[in-house]
Design a protein around this ligand. Structure first.
Ligand SMILES: [Zn+2]
Length: 79
């Protein structure tokens, strides 16, 4: 039936995203919960299954507070 071909076409096109700029895994930094000392990289938030606030900020799985984003500073200069 044609429906299967159509669905897979849609899935295929939606998963073909532009390659990450910079050549790494696309991470811009990490989210921190200062109270719990918990750190989750931005690219792993969905993989970790964290909830998000209305502002799309990940919530700490331990205490439920909004986490603080800290931009990665490992590569490139900060000027
Ligand atoms: Zn916490």
């Amino acid at each position: 039936m044609g429906i299967i071909g159509t669905v897979s076409d849609v899935l295929e096109s939606s998963t073909q995203r532009a390659p990450d700029e910079g050549g790494d895994d696309g991470s811009d930094g990490s989210y921190w919960c200062d109270d719990c000392g918990l750190r989750v990289r931005d690219v792993e938030v969905d993989a970790e299954g964290l909830d998000r606030s209305d502002d799309d900020v990940p919530l700490c799985p331990d205490c439920g507070d909004a986490m603080r984003f800290e931009r990665a500073s490992g590569s490139g200069c900060a000027c």
